[in-house]
Design a protein around this ligand. Structure first.
Ligand SMILES: Nc1ncnc2c1ncn2[C@@H]1O[C@H](COP(=O)(O)OP(=O)(O)OP(=O)(O)O)[C@@H](O)[C@H]1O
Ligand SMILES: [Mg+2]
Length: 364
C-alpha cells in the first residue's frame, strides 16, 4: 500500500531499484516464492554457490541444490514456516573452496499480511573468520610463550647440574671399569639432551630475545640446510629436488630461525612419506604482494580435512614421538617477520607455502 501522493512511475522506480539492488549488491540474496521456487538470486550468491543465474531462476530450490546433502542445504524449506534467522553461521564448499557465511532470512508478506515467499541474505565472512582464528591462535601461542619463558629456565638450571654431576659419575664409573653403569649414565645423558632440546623448542614459542634481523638470501639458507635435509631424506628413502630461481631479492629475517622453519617443514614432509616419495622445494616471486614464496611439496598421504585446521596448534601431533611444536614454532617465526604459512592438501600429497616480504632492490 502506498501512502501519501501517488506519483506515477513510483512503483516502476521501486521495481527498477529492486532489480538493480539484487544484481549489484555485494551480498548473497535469494528470493523464493511460496511454492519454494527460486525467483531471484544476486550475482554474489551465484558466485559463492557456484550456480548460473539463468540456469536456476524459476526452478524449484530442491532441484537447484539436489546434489547437496540435506544437512548442508543453505536454503531450507523451513524459511517459509516463518522462522526468522539472524546472523546464522553456515559453511558452504564450492569446488574445494570453503566459504564461511553469515545468514539472515525472513518471510515476505503482501499488503494483507499473507506470506508470499521468503528472502535469504548472506555475507561471505571467510576472511574475517580466518583472521579471528589467527588472532585466537596467536593469543594461545603468546600464553604458552609466557608459561614457557617462566618455566623453561626453571627446568634448565637443575638439568645443567644433573648433567654435570652425571658426567663426573660416568668418568669415575669408567675409571672403575663399571661398564654397565657407564652405559646407564650415557643413556641418562642422552635423555637429558632430549629434554634440553624440547625446552629449547619451547623457549622459541616465547618471543626469542636475541633475534638478529638481517638481509638474508634464501638460496644460501637452503645451501646450508640441504645437506641435513638430504641425509634425513636418504634415511627415509626420499628424493629431494630443489628448484632455485636465480637472482632473487633478499628477505629480512633471522637466518638461524629461518633455517629452523624450512628444516621443520621439510622434516615433516619426509616423515609423512614413510618409505618412499619425492620432496620438491620451489621458489617463486609474488610481485603483487611483494613476497618471496617457498613451496615445499611432498608426495605423502596428505592431511585429512578435519585435521588441517589443527596442525598449527601447539602440541597437536599424530606422531608417537612428536612434540607437536614444530609447526607452531614455524608459524610464530614467520608471522613475526610479516610472512604467512599456508598449507594445501587435497587427498594426496601436501604443499606448505611460506611467503615472506622481500626487500626492494636499490641501485646503491
Ligand atoms: N607434510 C605433512 N604431511 C602430513 N601430515 C603433516 C605434514 N606436516 C605436518 N603434518 C601433521 O601435522 C602435525 C603437527 O606437525 P608439527 O611439526 O607441529 O609436530 P610433529 O611433527 O608432530 O612433532 P615435532 O615437529 O615436534 O617432531 C603432525 O603430527 C602431522 O600429523
Ligand atoms: Mg614436525
Amino acid at each position: 500500500m502506498l501512502n501519501g501522493c501517488s506519483i506515477p512511475g513510483k512503483l516502476n522506480l521501486l521495481q527498477q531499484f529492486a532489480d538493480s539492488f539484487i544484481r549489484d549488491i555485494n551480498l548473497g540474496v535469494i528470493l523464493v516464492d511460496i511454492d519454494f521456487i527460486l525467483t531471484d538470486i544476486s550475482d554474489v550468491a551465484c558466485k559463492i554457490l557456484g550456480v548460473e543465474r539463468q540456469g536456476v531462476v524459476n526452478c524449484p530450490v530442491e532441484d537447484v541444490f539436489h546434489s547437496v546433502p540435506d544437512e548442508h542445504q543453505i536454503v531450507q524449506r523451513t524459511i517459509l514456516d516463518g522462522a526468522v534467522v539472524r546472523n546464522h553461521a553456515v559453511s558452504w564448499t564450492n569446488n574445494q573452496d570453503r566459504h564461511e557465511l553469515l545468514m539472515d532470512s525472513n518471510l515476505l508478506r503482501d499488503d494483507e499480511g499473507n506470506t508470499v515467499g521468503a528472502y535469504l541474505i548472506f555475507k561471505d565472512v571467510t576472511n574475517l573468520r580466518s583472521l579471528e582464528e589467527q588472532v585466537q591462535r596467536s593469543d594461545r601461542l603468546a600464553m604458552i610463550g609466557q608459561i614457557a619463558a617462566g618455566t623453561a629456565h626453571e627446568i634448565r638450571n637443575p638439568l645443567t647440574s644433573i648433567k654435570g654431576f652425571l658426567q663426573v659419575l660416568k668418568k669415575s664409573f669408567s675409571q672403575h671399569q663399571m661398564n654397565k653403569e657407564v652405559e646407564f649414565a650415557e643413556i641418562m645423558l642422552l635423555e637429558i639432551d632430549r629434554i634440553n632440546e624440547l625446552v629449547n623448542e619451547f623457549l622459541l614459542l616465547s618471543k626469542p630475545k636475541n633475534i638478529k634481523l638481517v638481509k638474508v638470501d634464501i638460496s644460501t639458507v637452503f645451501k646450508e640446510i640441504l645437506p641435513i635435509i638430504n641425509s634425513e631424506a636418504t634415511l627415509h628413502n626420499v628424493a629431494v629436488y630443489y628448484e632455485q630461481i636465480m637472482d632473487i631479492p633478499s628477505v629480512v629475517a633471522d637466518r638461524e630461525l629461518l633455517k629452523q622453519v624450512f628444516l621443520n617443514i621439510c622434516k615433516n614432509g619426509i616423515e609423512a612419506m614413510a618409505g618412499e616419495g619425492i620432496l620438491t622445494i620451489t621458489e617463486r616471486l609474488d610481485h603483487e604482494e611483494k613476497k618471496l614464496c617457498v613451496e615445499i611439496h611432498d608426495t605423502g598421504p596428505g592431511i585429512p580435512g578435519f585435521l588441517i585446521d589443527k596442525i598449527f596448534d601447539p602440541f597437536f601431533t599424530t606422531k608417537e614421538n612428536g612434540t607437536g611444536l614444530g609447526l607452531s614454532v614455524c608459524q610464530r617465526i614467520i608471522h613475526d617477520i610479516g610472512g604467512t604459512i599456508r598449507v594445501g592438501s587435497k587427498g594426496f600429497g601436501t604443499t606448505f607455502t611460506v611467503c615472506i616480504p622481500y626487500t626492494e632492490r636499490t641501485n646503491i
